[in-house]
Write a protein that binds this ligand. Structure first.
Ligand code: AMP
Ligand code: ZN
Length: 472
């Protein structure tokens, strides 16, 4: 029984899918004006664990993600410049170039972290017609209005606007007042833009499309409403993002989609906590961000970062330090060594490993309890310790299979760990030693073992025969 913490109700709920055939999962994607920092990547790893947990539980997941390549302003509200437009000017390249370059780098990053790519990865600029369609619906239902500069969502018309954030509307008003008011025709400061016209500060905006309101470009939030509805329908099962999306972006998505279609947008809302650095939020705009390339330069295995993320619950803040990454890398290396050792022994026949069923259950229970990855890792380490108590009594083959099975969710690359190839010369020597042992010629047998050791290998006699390995 999978339980997930739903931000809507602020409690863990039993997950019940809407359809039998598939689970609809929508994860808000990157704004492609810069490299993803490891904070962003923490959120994508959390979402990947969610998807893999659903798949592990037997669900077929339809995973949709947007790529924000237009309309995200430097403030999450309506003031400031378009992030892509600003970066393009700064780098002296076209916005399309910028979007292509950073989308590519995002895809490379998630691949390197074993984060599965969404089944539908849709750039906002490829769903402009769908966005216009929702805005027209909002006009039809009386939720949108036009000014000479833009089209806005009329928040005062939508009941329960703050149901996700649980903020008071008065707090929103205060927040909105702090923003620079750039359109004096806006009815309320907290109304948000659905569409910007090529007017005022956006007169020369480089991306624009024809619309019933003249040339312009969509606001940031509308793309997610349009893309999720198109690919998953409404309502769909699970919507996710980082905690910063609760009060603005997701609140606005809900308002738009629910006002347009008069139906719930999504049933479960999951939010990942921040990765911090020096106790502050890591953010592109803060200039304190670390990318995967920084980790590579410092010679880290990138999956050590994935391991580090799994050690914390996704709803807890995680303070990043180089020391913690180093510790994660050491742990991961120990796991790799463990896997290698098991694969070197897997041709051995030994008795059944009796504790397996309960270990699988523990692993499943950890994940089913709102994706408790640190507990799931503890189950793996229990296995490790059980093995090391008495290696020769373990069914290495079955244990290895189990680790591979766990890695379907953990995604730590345990399967690619290759067994050490033992040179033929060493194998022949070991066979010769075995012959001496059988004929009880212990002195000769020991001599060969010393010879093998001099060549850098060791021989261990177990209840299932001799095992050769290269000590690490
Ligand atoms: P963006 O590219 O800025 O739209 O962000 C992409 C994702 O990363 C969103 O789901 C954000 O909520 C999330 N995010 C941004 N900063 C952090 C952080 N420091 N830690 C974790 N997630 C973050
Ligand atoms: Zn979104």
């Amino acid at each position: 029984m999978l339980k997930l913490y739903n931000t809507l109700g602020r409690r863990k709920e039993i997950f019940k899918p809407i359809r039998k055939e598939w689970v609809g999962l929508y994860t808000c994607g990157p704004t492609v004006y810069n490299y993803a920092h490891i904070g962003n990547l923490r959120t994508y790893i959390f979402e990947d664990v969610l998807r893999r947990t659903l798949e592990y539980a037997g669900y077929k997941v339809k995973h949709v993600m947007n790529i924000t390549d237009v309309g995200h302003l430097t403030s999450d509200a309506d003031s400031g410049e378009d992030k892509l437009d600003r970066e393009a000017k700064k780098e002296g390249r076209s916005v399309w170039d910028i979007a292509k370059f950073y989308t590519h780098s995002f895809l490379r990053d998630i691949e390197r972290l074993h984060v599965k790519k969404a089944n539908y990865l849709i750039p906002a600029t490829q769903a402009v017609n769908e966005q216009i369609k929702i805005i027209l619906k909002l006009f039809g239902n009386g939720y949108a209005y036009e000014t000479p500069q833009a089209i806005y969502f009329d928040v005062s018309r939508f009941k329960n606007y703050t149901k996700l954030s649980r903020q008071k509307l008065s707090q929103k008003i205060l927040g909105a007042r702090r923003e620079v008011v750039v359109d004096l025709d806006k009815k309320n400061p907290y109304d948000f833009a659905l569409w910007f016209k090529l007017a005022g500060r956006f007169k020369n905006h480089s991306m624009h499309w024809p619309s019933p309101w003249g040339k312009g470009f969509p606001g940031w939030h509308i793309e997610c409403s349009a893309i999720s509805t198109k690919y998953l329908g409404q309502p769909f099962d699970i919507h996710t993002g980082g905690v910063d999306h609760i009060s603005v972006h997701h609140t606005n998505e809900i308002a738009q989609s629910e006002a347009a279609y008069k139906k719930l947008l999504a049933r479960y809302w999951l939010h990942g906590e921040f990765l911090l650095i020096d106790a502050g939020k890591m953010a592109k705009s803060e200039g304190n961000f670390i990318t995967l390339d920084t980790l590579i330069k410092k010679e880290f295995n990138l999956l050590a970062f994935r391991y580090l993320v799994l050690t914390a619950h996704y709803r807890s803040k995680l303070n990043f330090t180089w020391k913690s990454l180093e510790a994660a890398q050491n742990s991961l290396q120990r796991l790799y060594d463990f896997v290698r050792e098991l694969s070197e022994r897997r041709n051995l026949h030994s008795r059944d490993y009796r504790g397996f069923a309960s270990i699988v259950k523990k692993f499943q229970n950890a994940l089913s309890n709102d994706l408790d990855t640190s507990k799931a890792l503890a189950v793996v380490w229990n296995l490790f310790h059980q093995y090391h108590k008495n290696p020769s009594h373990c069914d290495a083959k079955a244990m290895l299979k189990l680790l591979y099975n766990f890695d379907e969710v953990l995604g730590l690359g345990l399967k690619v760990v290759k067994p050490e190839k033992i040179p033929q010369k060493i194998i022949s020597l070991a066979n010769k030693r075995e012959e001496y042992r059988k004929s009880r010629q212990w002195k000769e047998a020991d001599k060969i073992r010393d010879g093998i050791q001099k060549l850098g290998y060791s021989v261990e006699d177990t209840s299932s025969g001799a095992v050769i390995s290269k000590p690490r």
